[in-house]
Write a protein that binds this ligand. Structure first.
Ligand code: ATP
Length: 362
């Protein structure tokens, strides 16, 4: 195992002209030895490219990949000692489950006793013990993918295990179990794991550190609480959370600020001097206020949705061109005015974030 350091950019074009020609814009990133990481972002943001660059399946067009301080940029996945699990099962149908799990170890000349031990342990972790002697051919897609996961995890000496959306073929109920299982396996085996997904729940359940990506850029690496409380980029605010963060256009007026067309006192003195910025507030932190309370803004309720354990309220703040929809997530028992009524909202607290050019103002 080793710390993985990326200092690179990647384009699939031979003559890149613009930022859009890069699958990965210049980035520097460390994956600590033994950490559980997720690469999270929408389709096409560069997750698989980053994973394949770590594994050695893709060579970066610029820069280097280091494992434990050693430059491995020119090395193959085998030479880098990487295990990779793909979206669809990669197993040998004619072999038994045990033979499939043992394969990566046999290949490396591991002693039979050790192989038996390790295969037994991995099978137990993945609840495959009862099927060890069964031929893989007869198994359902779920079980086959579990074997793939097991083959990825069976070696103890790998630099890292990389997963590319490995739960796509898994039935939703089992998916939930396997996500937790992988987390538990990580704690027990202490391997470095990097997991690609576009599903925030999957990323946040599995990983200690989540790298949020958009359009070739890794915009933030952080744990669940950092990504939720202090999104460093508006994209992270949008992408993490359900629903995502509210953003309201604002500007400094010298003596105060104007948010969605309404004049307010500046919650931070420096904001009064900014030409343009955004106020970011999570639906969980939007509060009902009284008219005339400092920071309170009037809003017209447009929708009230009962979402089980909470209600999701949509309300419009401002009028005409300044109108912005704000969503609030409130406990079921809190009574809110109905559609069409005016409410007063307070968007300002220690949880409120401010953004300039989409980046968090520290
Ligand atoms: N082999 C390739 N040749 C040319 N362009 C590619 C190649 N592979 C990926 N791309 C482009 O690079 C960008 C990043 O793709 P990548 O597959 O890394 O994203 P992703 O986040 O993994 O998306 P997905 O979740 O859909 O797999 C996309 O614009 C994609 O079209």
């Amino acid at each position: 195992m080793a710390k993985i350091t990326l200092d690179l950019a990647h384009t699939y074009f031979s003559n890149p002209q613009r930022d859009e020609d890069y699958a990965l814009l210049p980035l520097k990133m460390d994956f600590e030895d033994g950490g559980a990481y997720a690469l999270l972002g929408p389709s096409g943001c560069g997750k698989s490219t980053m994973l394949n660059i770590i594994s050695g399946l893709v060579r970066p067009s610029h820069g280097t990949v280091n494992f434990g301080g050693r430059d491995v940029t020119a090395l193959s996945p085998q030479q880098r000692n990487i295990a990779q699990v793909f979206q669809f099962p990669v197993i040998y149908d004619t072999m038994t489950v045990a033979e499939n799990l043992a394969f990566p170890l046999k290949n490396r000349g591991v002693a039979p006793d050790r192989i038996r031990q390790r295969v037994g342990r991995i099978a137990e972790m993945l609840e495959l013990s009862g099927q060890l002697d069964q031929r893989a051919a007869g198994l359902a897609a779920d079980a086959k993918q579990k074997i793939s996961l097991g083959r990825g995890l069976v070696r103890e000496d790998v630099s890292a295990v990389l997963f590319d959306e490995p739960l796509t073929v898994i039935d939703p109920h089992l998916k939930w179990q396997l996500r937790r299982k992988l987390k538990q396996i990580h704690r027990e085996l202490k391997l470095t794991l990097v997991y690609v997904t576009h599903d925030q729940v999957e990323a946040l359940t599995f990983a200690d550190q989540v790298v949020v990506m958009t359009r070739g850029k890794a915009v933030q690496m952080g744990d669940a609480s950092e990504l939720f409380e202090r999104p460093r980029h508006t994209f992270v605010g949008h992408f993490i959370g359900s629903p995502g963060m509210n953003f309201l256009p604002a500007r400094g007026t010298g003596s105060g600020i104007e948010v969605a067309g309404q004049a307010l006192a500046a919650p931070r003195a420096a904001l009064a001097q900014l030409e343009a910025f955004k106020v970011g507030v999570r639906p969980e932190y939007v509060q009902l206020a009284q008219q005339g309370q400092p920071g309170a803004m009037p809003a017209v309720v447009t929708q009230v949705q009962d979402v089980g354990t909470f209600s999701l309220i949509s309300a419009n703040v401002g009028t005409g061109a300044s109108e912005v929809r704000v969503r609030a997530r409130v406990a079921e028992e809190v009574s809110w005015p109905g559609v069409g009524e005016t409410v007063w909202l307070n968007l300002f607290s220690e949880h409120t974030c401010y953004y300039r050019d989409e980046e968090l103002i520290p």
